[in-house]
Design a protein around this ligand. Structure first.
Ligand code: NAD
Length: 503
């Protein structure tokens, strides 16, 4: 694949001749802002790529105008079956290029290539899943009442925007773009400034999949702009969130920025907002749990993506009767995984670096703070002296108001506490402003379900962790978010119900 560092704004037509002349269409464009950014490897701090174009206000305006023109054109009027063909082709192309696309995440944010490539496969599945929905959203009909019949139809909401975090840049694009496109919306995505380049390559696949297959000028102009991919930091995100011609925004990122997006949406045009935000998820390990399974999930699964996962169970509570042995074994496993670092491009690497110097300094700061707030069991330091590697770290018995226990660290750092009773375990689990995910390890299914019911979070995993099941809704309660992605709920946000009364 060619390496693109320009914005993919899908309506820039440079020369255009009908009949005997070929068409030249520029979908990749330099930013009008004149601003660029450089990406450095978190593995060895070398330059990965520079001259990555950064969208400013004028670029966002162009992308929104392109998406609006496309929405008024053919795409939303195509039959579901026709849109489905394009989405399926896009999925096939994504699967074919998953390793190349994943390599950009490995180089830019240090995600191990094995993880990045498998996430690419997941993105293809997401497009296939939502391709299946293109012709399956039904309306409703109500009985006649005082001579009035009612028909409710669900219509595409219009121009939609997505903003994503860096820890799964391509995954967040797929979770937002696939349902939006399936129902006929048009789409603009702003990836994270920390790992934007893999996303920009998707523009090639958009072209090849047939999103703009036009045969004459009118059709081309109407189809261009269905998918637009831009990059930039919070400033470009703010422009999208406050844009008067964006109908819906789906945001994945921190609680802090999510609140800003909600505020900007309310202050501009009341665009619909879905927020997928942070977490400080609990894991409860009861005395009757399968210990080997609980240890696997608390070590290997927790350290997946170097702990940079929104659903990572970073507050683990262990029944006091099994705690000493469990902690000893967990310590040994963390120390074992410390040996699995290496180049993110090496398929054998399990533990990559943190995404960049800013995140590294943030995590190192928490490690220092933690040493006075809790007992350090293992880790607590940088690993090596190049790149942004951190030793997998366990803190035991944090103070109740400890920052490492209350705040999302987003790194390979876990806090452990013990509990005596089920009631106490539930109380500890819920004592947080977050509510994204939770784990319960027990061999008693009645206890598992009873505890799951009491936990305040968008999802609960019994005897497992980090589960992503596409057909079910995913999202947070409390300050972990608003709305859901995934499944049918993930598609309904891109539709506006319209009631038609008939006399
Ligand atoms: P972040 O909030 O700093 O940035 C996320 C995105 O928002 C980026 O694209 C950024 O450029 C943009 N942004 C920043 N400020 C903005 C503003 N004022 N207006 C509009 N856009 C703005 O988060 P991050 O550091 O990239 O990601 C880590 C966070 O994301 C963690 O809190 C993590 O838990 C969360 N996250 C949540 C989920 C989920 O599904 N719930 C998934 C992954 C990550």
């Amino acid at each position: 694949m060619t390496s693109h560092t320009q914005l993919f704004i899908n309506n820039e037509v440079s020369s255009f001749h009908l009949l005997h002349q070929s068409l030249t269409i520029f979908q990749y464009v330099d930013a009008k802002s004149g601003e660029t950014l450089s990406i450095y490897s978190p593995h060895d701090e070398s330059l990965v790529v520079d001259n990555v174009q950064v969208a400013g206000q004028a670029d966002v305006d162009t992308a929104v105008a392109a998406a609006r023109a496309a929405f008024k054109g053919e795409w939303s009027k195509w039959t579901g079956a026709r849109r489905q063909q394009v989405l399926l082709k896009f999925a096939d192309l994504w699967e074919k290029h998953a390793a190349d696309l994943g390599a950009w995440e490995a180089k830019s944010m240090g995600q191990p290539i094995s993880v990045a490539t498998s996430l690419g496969g997941m993105c293809a599945s997401i497009f296939r899943y939502y391709a299946g929905w293109t012709d399956k959203v039904l309306g409703e009909q109500y009985p006649e009442n005082e001579g009035i019949y009612k028909v409710v139809q669900y219509e595409p909401i219009g121009v939609c925007a997505g903003i994503g975090a860096w820890n799964g840049s391509q995954l967040f694009f797929a979770m937002k773009a696939a349902p939006a496109l399936a129902v006929g919306c048009t789409f603009i995505y702003k990836g994270s400034e920390k790992s934007p380049v893999g996303l920009l390559q998707l523009g090639e696949l958009v072209k090849e999949a047939g999103f703009p297959p036009g045969r004459h000028e009118k059709l081309i102009r109407q189809l261009l702009g269905v998918v637009n991919i831009i990059t930039g930091d919070g400033r470009a995100g703010s422009v999208l969130a406050s844009h008067m011609d964006v109908n819906k925004i789906s945001f994945t990122g921190s609680v802090f920025a999510g609140k800003k997006v909600q505020e900007l949406a309310a202050k501009s045009n009341l665009k619909r907002v879905v927020l997928e935000l942070g977490g400080k998820s609990p894991s409860l390990i009861f005395e009757d749990a399968d210990i080997e399974n609980a240890l696997n999930h608390t070590s290997q699964n927790f350290l997946f993506n170097t702990g940079q996962a929104c659903v990572a169970a970073s507050r683990t509570f262990i029944h006091e009767s099994i705690a000493p042995r469990f902690i000893e074994q967990l310590k040994a496993r963390f120390e074992g995984f410390s040996q699995t670092t290496g180049s993110p491009l090496d398929p054998k690497t399990f533990l990559g670096p943190l995404v960049d110097v800013k995140q590294f300094e943030r995590v190192m700061n928490y490690l220092e703070i933690g040493k006075s707030e809790a007992e350090l069991v293992t880790g607590g330091t940088r690993k090596g002296d190049t790149g942004f590697y951190v030793e997998p770290t366990i803190f035991l018995n944090p103070k109740d108001d400890a920052r490492i226990y209350r705040e999302e660290i987003f790194g390979p750092v876990i806090t452990l506490r013990t509990f005596k009773t089920e009631e106490e375990a539930v109380q500890l689990a819920n004592d947080t402003e977050y509510g994204l995910s939770a784990c319960v390890f027990t061999s008693s299914m009645s206890r598992g379900l009873r505890v799951a019911k009491q936990i305040e979070s968008g999802g609960v995993n019994i005897n497992t962790s980090q589960v992503f099941q596409l057909e079910a809704p995913f999202g947070g309660s409390k300050q972990s978010g608003i709305g859901r992605e995934g499944g049918k709920q993930g598609i309904m946000h891109y539709l506006e119900p319209k009631t038609v009364n008939i006399k």
